[in-house]
Design a protein around this ligand. Structure first.
Ligand SMILES: Nc1ncnc2c1ncn2[C@@H]1O[C@H](COP(=O)(O)OP(=O)(O)O)[C@@H](O)[C@H]1O
Ligand SMILES: [Mg+2]
Length: 289
């Protein structure tokens, strides 16, 4: 798979609020390469720079130093702005702040209309996007009457209607109930199957273990990265980053302590449950009785 996003030496400073203040260095010399079609989870405490990084990915923020290339396009080049905005879609935390129209399908149509997509093409695009985001049945409803999960599906459909090749979710599950969260995670799995590059910023470790790759940020830098099995095996760095282990791994540790040899590749709670059932059915391998 080819590199889709390439970040080298990225620095981003927020300007000082008053002449006496110092600028805030939110991203401090960050290198990152993201492959086309991959699913990356970004973790880190509040203030570690995750949202700033997200905004650098689609040109909302431009590098103070270093560079960000999206499919070879430099985000600092004004000529690329619109192409990059439609290539990298962003879904934010609060669905209420992302709605622009009062009816679901009008809201979804807003992006493609602004992109100048011909009106006969818009219907097709928004229907496909609403189906992919699981909100098609609600298309004639008033946005303010939807649940949080349905609003977030509407926001996602609005992004998909722009036919992006990459979607960045910035804590897009954080305000949702478990059902809404699961819905968004299903959409992400579907996107990955269709080859769209997905980046999920999250505080939820169970979500992170589902990614191909996990990136852990601290103070504007990446302090740990790799496949989830490798990242979560580094208990010391996980702790240093102020993160908790996924519950599935805490349970796995407990089981191992009690002599049940759960293999390393088991990361998700479902997989752990299945392994335990299979092992129980096959008879305890290291039965001490
Ligand atoms: N608009 C802003 N103005 C000034 N400083 C900001 C602004 N937004 C974020 N910051 C600062 O930049 C750093 C990184 O913030 P952010 O990217 O929002 O982190 P995260 O998303 O990981 O919580 C923090 O120190 C934060 O206080
Ligand atoms: Mg943030």
């Amino acid at each position: 798979m080819k590199t889709f996003i390439s970040i080298e030496g990225l620095v981003y400073d927020y300007p000082a609020r008053t002449p006496e203040d110092q600028p805030v260095r939110a991203i401090d010399g960050l290198d990152l390469h993201i492959r086309e079609g991959s699913f990356t989870a970004v973790l880190g405490m509040n203030g570690s720079g995750k949202s700033t990084l997200a905004k650098c990915l689609n040109g909302l923020y431009v590098a103070g130093d270093g560079r960000v290339l999206v499919d070879g396009m430099d985000t600092a080049d004004d000529a690329n702005v619109w192409k990059i905005r439609s290539t990298v879609g962003m879904v934010f935390q609060n669905p209420d702040n992302q709605m622009v129209s009062s009816i679901v399908e009008d809201d979804v149509a807003f992006g493609p209309e602004n992109l100048g997509v011909p009106s006969e093409k818009i219907r097709e695009r928004i229907d496909a996007a609403m189906k992919a985001a699981g909100i098609f049945e609600q298309r004639h409803r008033k946005v303010h009457l939807l649940s949080g999960g349905q609003k977030q599906r509407t926001a996602i459909a609005g992004v998909l209607a722009m036919q992006p090749r990459c979607v960045v979710f910035d804590e897009s599950t954080a305000m949702l109930d478990p059902q809404g969260r699961a819905g968004v995670m299903e959409i992400i799995e579907d996107l990955r199957r269709t080859g769209i590059t997905t980046i999920l910023i999250t505080h939820n470790m169970e979500e992170a273990v589902r990614a191909d790759r996990v990136i852990v940020m601290k103070e504007g830098r990446i302090i740990l990265e790799g496949p989830p099995a490798v990242v979560f095996a580094d208990r010391r760095q996980i702790e240093a980053a102020g993160l908790a282990l996924p519950a599935s791994l805490t349970v796995r540790d407990e089981l191992i302590k009690r002599g049940i040899p759960v293999p390393d590749y088991i990361l998700e709670m479902d997989a752990l449950a299945e392994w335990l059932v299979r092992t129980a059915e096959a008879g305890e391998p290291d039965d001490e009785d």
